[in-house]
Write a protein of this length. Structure first.
Length: 342
């Protein structure tokens, strides 16, 4: 059984991507945790690794009720099935790595439980080493990690398939950079097409543009930012790849673009904390919405992320189609999906 974690609140977007990769049926087990199909073979997990809205992928070793988990911890050993280890080796091979028998254990506990995190991890480690005596514990740079997900309703022990590079993508990061997996979710919400002239008016280090580039063909990627330093990061991230693209220094409240000149707009607007919003978050956001409405063609789509407060009303030309709320860096935010009226 394949499991995936994501930013809580984005489960629907992630579920749609996993189903498009034919990994379904996919269900949300709890916020931020999804269960996909009964997939353990190398081909299945290699396909799963193409998902870009997912933070991490796991293969199930054991699942059950928390009371049964207590019995598992009291058992003699915990064996990781050979087909799971083969799938893990296939994923390591994608990044040029080989298993060396270095493992670690982690636990993620939700709600009041009769378990302590340190005890769970230590006991899991003992059980695994009894079943696999050639393995050794390694907190730093393990090539395998076994994770226990525990809540009052359910327990899951799973082999983690992915490492941090899966969700971070090795991008250079500008200040207040958006997580690549969240950026990928914004791109999917915008419904990209091969004819896109795609705009990010507050592109920072270019994460949303780079994620759009990975989604398939387009006509043009266009981004800008008020910070020349952030745009240098974006240019380094692009390098010579993903042509055609263009990055410019500008004010997102007064874009140097003709009316109706782009098909999609997707952006993480400044929150006014790490990234300043000139004139305040509310007025800045309202001005950006007005420019998005102006430069979008009729029928074009905009996906814009900003905090839930202050409330900002879109211009009449933008019709709100969907709002996806979640928490980002401890702040309630929402990705709003707009369609440009004719």
């Amino acid at each position: 059984m394949l499991w995936a974690t994501c930013q809580p609140g984005l489960e629907r977007v992630v579920r749609q991507e996993l189903q498009a990769l034919r990994l379904g049926p996919v269900v949300t087990a709890r916020p931020g945790l999804l269960r996909a199909g009964d997939i353990a073979g190398a081909d299945g997990v290699t396909a799963a690794c193409r998902a870009r809205t997912v933070d991490d992928l796991y293969l199930q070793i054991w699942s059950g009720h928390p009371e049964a988990f207590g019995a598992l911890l009291a058992g003699p050993a915990l064996t990781v099935p050979g087909e799971l280890l083969a799938a893990h080796r296939a994923v390591l091979a994608l990044t040029g790595r080989r298993p060396r028998g270095r493992i670690k254990t982690t636990s993620l506990l939700e709600g009041p439980l009769p378990f302590r995190r340190q005890d769970v991890e230590a006991r899991l480690a003992r059980l695994l080493l009894r079943a696999h005596p050639a393995w050794r514990l390694a907190e730093e740079r393990p090539d395998a990690e076994v994770v226990a997900f525990l809540s009052r309703e359910s327990a899951l022990v799973a082999l983690r398939l992915t490492d941090p590079s899966f969700r971070h993508r090795h991008y250079g990061r500008a200040p207040a950079a958006l997580s690549p997996t969240v950026a990928a979710a914004l791109v999917r919400l915008a419904r990209p097409s091969a004819e896109d002239r795609w705009l990010d008016p507050c592109c920072g280090g270019g994460t949303i543009l780079l994620e759009r580039a990975q989604m398939g063909p387009y006509r043009l990627l266009l981004g800008g930012d008020a910070s020349p330093a952030a745009l240098e990061v974006a240019r380094a991230n692009f390098g010579l790849r993903h042509q055609p693209w263009s990055l410019r220094v500008w004010d997102a409240r007064a874009l140097p673009l003709p009316d109706g000149s782009v098909d999609r707009v997707a952006s993480n607007l400044p929150f006014g904390v790490q990234s300043p919003a000139a004139g305040g978050v509310g007025p800045f956001t309202a001005a950006c919405l007005g420019e998005a409405a102006r430069v979008l063609r009729p029928g074009g789509r905009a996906v814009l992320l900003w905090p839930l407060r202050p409330a900002v009303s879109p211009p009449p030309a933008l019709s709100l189609e969907q709002e996806v709320a979640f928490t980002l860096v401890g702040q309630p935010v929402a990705a709003r999906v707009f369609v440009r009226e004719g």
